[in-house]
Design a protein around this ligand. Structure first.
Ligand code: PMP
Length: 353
């Protein structure tokens, strides 16, 4: 008897991979280079000791959602929280996508937008960005007209390019789409502006964010979106009951007591990004301007895949995008501590000069 196969759209799919190699300097997954403040860890441990482990968690995660909402000047009914922003995106696809519906994406962008759409049986309409990776509104117009997407994704700052969409661009795209516009702001805190300022009850716009980067909490798996309450209510119907465990709710709520420390980290990383970008520009590399906590670059004198390997030989891990469509020869480096970034830059200098 043969083994049961998944449906074709899953069987033919590649998984999402990011190698976890043992190295000294890990600059491949856009995490924060530092752990959360010690006070956070202590307060969370104390809170965990108070959890009623025999009870299900607060299903609505109301305290967490209220605190996140307060951070952005909205009520909890405009906040949908989930296990990482990936689960936010998955819930959006499960709710508004599905067979017979489409999402629109503009490549290159975050691979999970189309990957999750396919897993949920949603069609994917792909538009190409311009040669400099900026968004081409004529392309948006034609992709949207042809596919009538239920969800259109923008990612700002975009992963893996680091580029930020302007407010004008987001507003123009909003005017074009027939369905929901999702602006993925996983790196939003590092950017000069946020589409959060465009969210209201009437606009079909949601903005997703994560605790994984700025909040130094990639291990906790917590993300959220801010959007109209009628969208949040639909998402709540679809997501599994009690999907946010008590520990995670506590972790997110307590983290919000440390806003000043988090803002300080963002400021430091943004400054460090300027230093890293400037140093890369002095090497034989093409460098894309970044509003995120990573920088995309393409070595000009040595093949990107070769550079990646030689960096690993020197115990430095960056993201190898060199074989990704449209990103031939490109590598993406996460901003680390200045010590880690120096290790990376020294290794790269040695390889390229
Ligand atoms: N969106 C973008 C653009 C990302 O780069 C990432 C992390 N790789 C995510 C969403 C998902 O982040 P998380 O699930 O950790 O919140």
């Amino acid at each position: 008897m043969g083994r049961i196969q998944p449906r074709d759209s899953v069987a033919l799919m590649d998984g999402y991979h990011s190698p976890q190699v043992e190295v000294d300097v890990r600059l491949n997954t856009n995490e924060s280079p530092v752990s959360p403040p010690p006070g956070f860890v202590e307060a969370l441990a104390a809170e965990v000791a108070r959890v009623d482990w025999h009870r299900y968690p607060d299903r609505g995660a109301w305290e967490l959602r209220s605190r996140i909402g307060a951070l952005h000047g909205v009520g909890p009914e405009q906040v949908f929280a989930a296990n990482g922003s990936n689960e936010v995106l998955q819930t959006l696809s499960l709710t508004y996508g599905g067979p017979g519906r489409n999402v629109a994406v503009f490549e290159p962008t975050y691979a999970l937008h189309s990957h999750i759409a396919r897993i949920t049986g949603t069609g994917v309409a792909e538009g190409e960005r311009a040669a400099d990776f900026s968004l081409d509104l004529d392309v948006v117009r034609s992709v949207v007209a042809a596919s009538q997407p239920a969800i259109t994704y923008l990612c700002s700052p975009n992963n893996p390019t680091g580029m930020v969409e302007t407010r004008q661009t987001v507003e123009e795209v909003l005017g074009l789409v027939p369905g929901l516009l999702v602006v993925d702001e996983a790196y939003g805190q590092f950017a000069p502006w946020s589409a959060l300022e465009l969210v209201d009850e009437e606009t079909p716009l949601v903005v997703s964010r994560t605790f994984s980067k700025t909040w130094s909490m990639a291990a906790a798996r917590l993300g959220y979106l801010i959007g109209p309450s009628w969208v949040v209510a639909e998402l709540e119907k679809v997501v599994l009951p009690y999907h946010l465990d008590s520990m995670k709710q506590a972790a997110g709520t307590i983290a919000l007591d440390y806003l000043a420390e988090m803002e300080e980290r963002v400021a430091q990383l943004t400054e460090e990004r300027g230093r890293l970008e400037a140093a890369l520009r002095e090497l034989p590399c093409d460098v894309w301007p970044s509003g995120a906590n990573f920088v995309l670059f393409r070595p000009r004198t040595v093949d990107g895949a070769e550079v990646w390997k030689k960096l690993v030989d020197r115990s430095v891990l960056v993201r190898n995008c060199s074989s990704w469509p449209r990103l031939e020869g490109c590598l993406r480096v996460t901003i680390g501590t200045s010590h880690e970034d120096d290790r990376f830059l020294d290794a790269l200098r040695e390889i390229l000069t």
